[in-house]
Design a protein around this ligand. Structure first.
Ligand code: DGI
Ligand code: FE
Ligand code: FE
Ligand code: FE
Length: 187
């Protein structure tokens, strides 16, 4: 699928603000792809469709989880976590995107996973640092992203986990496993 067709499709599924976020993720992800070597075509589609399911009703996402092979454990955690794995399933079902690299980048864009591919790291990081984002710590991660992909992803994960803990929100196991995997690799 070509970029303009993909953008036309995603625009119908997102409110204005989220569409602008998506354009930011696209731009940032392509910069990271050139720097760190993920495939530009895969990066483009993964970025455009990463939040495809973000605005589906919780009941629809719940049904996809129940009826698919996704871990049922997701249902015990915050619905905010559902749109990534459900999005991967729906872009395959509804748009016919079959590229496993793209699907996994969408699936793991919120939590990451141990052994992330370069493409998965690029999408995860672009989602965190795209220019429309502003929260404490994002500037430091932007700077890290210019010189070390793993350190930048690690710092984003660390910030996310600290934020969740500070707000007494449960941390999904994949998020912790991803964090541990980076600790083992980096330090
Ligand atoms: O969809 P976006 O807003 O663009 O970004 P995202 O898919 O990275 O989702 C971010 C949200 O997910 C953010 O509010 C933090 C939350 N999140 C990330 N990891 C976890 C988590 N929430 C819970 N409960 N547990 C996690 O491990
Ligand atoms: Fe998301
Ligand atoms: Fe994210
Ligand atoms: Fe996003």
């Amino acid at each position: 699928m070509e970029r303009n067709e993909a953008l036309q499709i995603i625009k119908k599924h997102l409110p204005e603000k989220r569409y602008i976020h998506t354009l930011g993720v696209l731009d940032t992800a392509l910069q990271l792809a050139r720097k760190y070597g993920s495939d530009l075509g895969q990066t483009e589609l993964a970025a455009i469709f990463h939040d495809y399911a973000k605005y589906r009703p919780h009941e629809e996402m719940r049904r996809v989880i129940v009826e698919s092979s996704l871990p049922k454990q997701l249902l015990d955690f915050h619905p905010e976590l559902w749109h990534a794995p459900v999005g991967a399933i729906l872009v395959q079902r509804e748009l016919g995107i079959d590229d496993e690299g793209i699907l996994n980048a969408i699936k793991y864009h919120t939590t990451g996973r141990p052994g992330m591919t370069v493409l998965e790291k690029v999408i995860f990081l672009a989602d965190y640092i795209e220019p429309n984002r502003s929260f404490p710590g994002v500037e430091q991660v932007r700077e890290l992203a210019e010189r070390n992909l793993d350190l930048a992803v690690f710092q984003a994960l660390q910030n996310t986990i600290i934020h969740l803990v500070e707000n007494r929100v449960s941390v999904y196991p994949d998020t912790v496993h991803t964090y541990n995997d980076f600790v083992k690799r980096i330090f």
